[in-house]
Design a protein. Sequence first.
Lengths: 212, 267
Amino acid sequence: MILGQVRQPRRVQAYDEELGAAVARAQEGDEAAFAVAYRFVQPGLLGYLHGIVGDDAEDVASDAWLDIARDLGRFKGDGAGFRGWTATIARHRALDHLRRQRVRPRSGGTEQDVLHLAGPHSTHEQALESLSTERALELVRGLPRDQAEAVLLRVVVGLDGPAAARVLGKRPGAVRTAAHRGLKRLARQLGISSETEKGVTDGASRTLGEST
Amino acid sequence: MGERLSGDGGPSRRRVQAGTVSGASEAADVTALETVLAAVLRTGDVDPRAEQRAVAAFRDAGATGARRARTRRRDDWRPAAERRAGRTVRMTFGAVFASVALGGVAVAAIGSAGSSTGGAGAGPRTGQPSAVAPARPGGTAPSAPSAGSRPTDRPPSAKDTQAHCRAYEQVRSRGKALDATAWQRLVTAAGGKDKVAAYCSEQLTRATATPGRRTGQGKPGESAGAAGHGTSGGTGTSGNSSGNSSGGTGDSAGKGRSGGGGAGGKH
C-alpha cells in the first residue's frame, strides 16, 4: 500500500520502450523477442549479481533466467517493470545461493585495505578514469550489503527508487539513503570526495544489512 | 514511519541551503561516479551459451503451457495508476455482474416492481469505484512527486549533463560505452546516440565559458523542495519521498542526504 502511494508514473525511456515491446512479443511466444529482452537485461543483472555472489554470478543468473522464462506469462508491466521483476527473481536466486553456501554476505570489513589502496590522484577525473571493473567490484563488495545492493540496483540495473525499494522489500526512503551513503563512501575511497566525514552511520546500516 | 521520515526531511532541507556551494561540486562528483560505475560494472559481453540456455528454457515453458499462468501480486510491475485502473475495471465488472444477477433474482421473486429497486441499488455501486479511481491518480499524490522526487524523472540540469559528459569522455577514451540510466538521459538530452559527442563538447565549452553555475543550481533544489511541501499535505509518504530526494538529487545532495542519514541512524 505504501509502495503503491509512493510509486510515480515512470518516464518511459527509449531503451525501456524497446525492452517493453520485446517482452510483450515474448509473452506472445516470440523466441527472438525473448532473446532481445535477455540481451537488454542480462548485463545489468550480471553486474548486480557479481556484486552479491561474486564469481558465481553467471550460475545464479542462469538459474534466474530459468525462472524468468517459466514465469514470463505471469509478468505484467513495461520495460522498466521488467527490469524490476527480473532483478527480484535474480535476488531471490542469489539469496538462495548464499544460504546454500552458508557464506555470510560480505559487509564492511575490507574498508581498511581498500582505503590504503586508493592511490593519490591529483584530480577526480584521474581517479575515475583509472577505475577498473575488478577494483569497482571490490569497492562495492566492501560496502555494507544494504548499501551495495542499493547502489547496484540503482546504478547498474538502472531501477528508480521505488522499484529498487520493491526489489529489496524496503521503504523507498531507506533505499535512497542506503544508495546515497554507499556512493558517498565509494567516492571517499576513490579519493574523489572533498569531504572526509568518516562513516557517518555505517554501524547502523551494517546491522540493517544483516537483518535482511 | 511517516513522522520519522518527515523529521529527517526538515533538517536536510535546511542544510541544503547552507551547503549549496560545496554540495554542488559534490553532487557532480557523485553523478560522475554513478556514470562510471554503471559503465564499468555492467557486464558488457553476454555469454551466447547462457543466452541459448535461457531461450531453450523459454521454449520449454511455452511447450508445457506454463506461460498462461495467473499473474500474482509480485508479478505485477505496472505503474501504480495502471494497476489501480485494472482493479477498478475488475471491481466495476464484478459490481455490474452482481447487480445483474441480483436484479434477475429480484425480478424472479417480486416481479416487475423488484427490477426497478434492483436497478436503483446497482446504480451507485457501479458508479462508485470508477468515480474514486480517476480521482486518485489525478490528485496531487502521483503527479506532484513526479516533478521532483525521482532522480531519473527530473529534467537533466546543466550540471548533471556536464558531469555525464565528463564521465562519457572518460569511458569513451577507453573504448567503452555508457549503458545505463545516466547514459540514456544523456542520449535523450543530446537527441540521439550519434549526437552525444557533439552535444557534450558544446556543453563542456559552455560550462567553462560561463561559470554562473550557482544560479542554475538553486532552482531545481528549490522547486523540488516546494513539491515536497505541497504533497506532504496530501499523503504523508509521497510528500516525504519527494522532500527527501529534493535534498538528494539537487545540487547540494551530499550535505542534505548525509544530514538526514545521520539523524536516521541515531533512531
